[in-house]
Ligand binder design. Structure first.
Ligand code: GRG
Length: 295
């Protein structure tokens, strides 16, 4: 993570800390604390950083980018809180801390996730209004919504859970990875293209690059679950195997997973290189960071 990434991460975290502060009564105050426990707990902030920095590189509106970036991080955080619940992956640790349901109970964790998801869409709608219905903002909003919805992260999670402890085809595995993880990462990058009114041809190239970044991200996640350090990752490792998850490592082994992850990043870079007229160096730096990430 270079200084530029760290600076953007700090900007996003400062902005994220402004959303859940209403203190009309003790109930609101307590619930804000529950939400902020997860929202402000750290994490790489990869999705919002990608959205913000790609918009900056492509010359789009950074005020809108910052709002949509925070909405994306709220959607991501809600998905992590719900994913950690006993009814789903049943995890005790996330981002180095006890999970939301471990501290506040299942009901509050579910509601915190719900509140984050709904707040994200308030932000998206406000951004559309504040932009006077700018076409790029609408397209970015639609992409974020689709990518996190039924035909995106949610169906990915559905298939991931429904196929635990059974073998699946490589197409099904790809379907889980594309939807559960890939689409939100694609939305982070391609939204920036829409906010910046990029040509259709360049959007296609950005989309391809983002697809391979997203796919590789999950492969490295699977790799880290077997070869990573739980102290660095901030959650228990080896869990995928214990609960019978269908991971890339299960079908391809540890070394091949790492090799394929690197190859996907090479394809991502090849596509980015074809986008002319912009300085996308930070995206190449992020690709390097993702290749070597330990958490
Ligand atoms: C509950 C609808 C619903 C979906 C959950 C996000 C998710 C889908 C499951 C989490 C489990 C998992 C390992 C998902 C794939 C990769 C992923 C999203 C990892 C976590 O994202 P990071 O590494 O986390 O960006 P930080 O903490 O850095 O934000």
């Amino acid at each position: 993570m270079n200084n530029d990434y760290k600076k953007t991460k700090t900007l996003i975290e400062k902005h994220l800390s402004t959303y859940f502060n209403s203190e009309n009564n003790k109930h609101e105050k307590n619930f804000n604390d529950i939400i902020n426990y997860s929202l402000l707990a750290g994490g790489k902030r990869l999705r919002p950083v990608l959205l913000y920095k790609t918009t900056q590189a492509l010359g789009g509106n950074l005020d809108f980018a910052l709002e949509l970036a925070c909405a994306l991080e709220m959607i991501h955080t809600y998905s992590l809180i719900h994913d950690d619940l006993p009814a789903m992956d049943n995890d005790d640790y996330r981002r180095g801390n006890l999970t939301s349901h471990k501290v506040y109970g299942d009901a509050m964790a579910i509601l915190a996730g719900d509140a984050l998801l709904n707040r994200a869409y308030e932000i998206v709608l406000n951004t559309i209004v504040n932009s006077n219905g700018d076409k790029g903002v609408i397209k970015a909003s639609e992409l974020i919504s689709k990518s996190s919805g039924f035909k995106g992260m949610i169906i990915g999670q559905v298939v991931d859970i429904n196929t635990e402890n059974e073998d699946i085809s490589s197409d099904e595995l790809k379907y889980i990875i594309d939807n559960k993880t890939g689409k939100l990462l694609v939305a982070s990058i391609v939204s920036a293209g829409y906010l910046s009114d990029l040509s259709d041809q360049d959007i296609k190239l950005l989309n391809k690059a983002a697809y391979h970044i997203g796919f590789s991200f999950q492969l490295i996640d699977d790799y880290l679950d077997v070869a990573g350090d739980s102290n660095i990752i901030g959650k228990s490792i080896g869990k995928d195997n214990i609960i019978g998850k269908n991971t890339y490592v299960k079908y391809n082994g540890i070394e091949q997973t790492k090799t394929d992850a690197i190859n996907h990043l090479i394809i991502a870079k090849d596509n980015l290189k074809k986008i002319e007229g912009y300085n996308l160096d930070f995206l190449f730096d992020i690709i390097e960071y993702l290749k070597n990430r330990e958490k």
